[in-house]
Design a protein around this ligand. Sequence first.
Ligand code: GLV
Ligand code: MN
Ligand code: MN
Length: 424
Amino acid sequence: MTSLTPSKITVNGERLWQSLMDLAEIGAYHDERTGLHGVNRLALTDADAAGRRQVIAWMEQAGLAVRIDQMGNIYGRREGTDPTAAPVLTGSHIDSVATAGAFDGCLGVLGGIEVIRILNERGITTRRPIEVGIFTEEEGVRFGTDMLGSAVAAGRLTVEYAHALTDRDGRTLGGELARTGSDGPVEVRLDAPHAYVECHIEQGPVLAEHGVEIGVVTGVQGISWQEITIHGRAAHAGTTPTHLRADAGLAAAQIIVHLRSLVDSGDYGDLRATVGHLIVHPDLTNIVPARAEMTVDLRNPDDAQMARAEEALAAFLNDLEGSQPGLSLTTRRMARTAYVPFDDGVQKVIAQAADDHDLAHVSLLSGAGHDAQEIAALCPTAMIFVRGEYDGISHNPREYSTPEACTHGIDVLATTLLRLANQD
Ligand code: GLV
Ligand code: MN
Ligand code: MN
């Protein structure tokens, strides 16, 4: 360590907050249901492209050397004193779901840039380079596979697979990268960093329940996404006797209820199941639905229990086909990740940093998916969680973490990065 290196650093919370609020203006919309301002910045839309341009400008103003890869992943690099040392990477995503708040992903990216600004202002050098990453299509809600950019960077998925994915209007991810000018020339596969640390809002109630500010994240639970298409037969609502119907809408409803019964049975551990997308065709009052399309999102911290839940669903779908004359089903795998444990050593550095900032912390597993779970395949990785208000609600415009909570999380990130970046 150089004599210029302090043992801990605190960031400029007001500047961090202003950047969060400024980015939230890009893709802002009025949410009728909550009466609040929300954010809709689906990956590789015009709004996302505008957000990317803004954040790249902030990176460049902070002196970062920016490079963009063939997935549109963005990296900003601050050199260290040892040009041969692998960098410490931080970051997250700025794409959002359609009903987002200001914090999901953005805190980790803008927090990373705030750390760089503070290091610059205070003239602090580090042995290792520090890089701030922004990963494309973390949410997975536009092109159907979550953590997509980081999964390709880590080598779990191929660029060809990712570029060929389509949105609901049939537009390819590769085409949208090019259309929005979001693609770059750099090879996607990332050389192993020294370590990766991501700060993110918790998106749940655990930290508030414990009355603490900081979560040290032990890992991420497994995620299973599939699309189910149910093929029935369009028929007249008034004249078609019930026993002659192949009602795709009925089958969709049965699947939803069955998923809930799997959860409520307690037989599959800590299973969560969600049907967040359901549409029937032709979608008219007096026609028995000919087709239903739906997605199933399963989460489970235990890989064996997850596999059992998937098998139970598959068996149910098999039986359902025979339950109405002429009904059939097809399924398509969208995404699948196992439970990912985080590195003990990085968790210890985070916990020590929280202690040194006098911030109480607990260790917890992440219920949400994060880019960190992909980068964990490349290097020691862990995450810092920041407490949310209103039971930690997220993927909702009501998502909110206080300026103090955000600042505390990025203080811990700053000190953690500083220490990791001075490791041998
Ligand atoms: C990411 O937001 C997820 O779906 O867990
Ligand atoms: Mn996120
Ligand atoms: Mn999210």
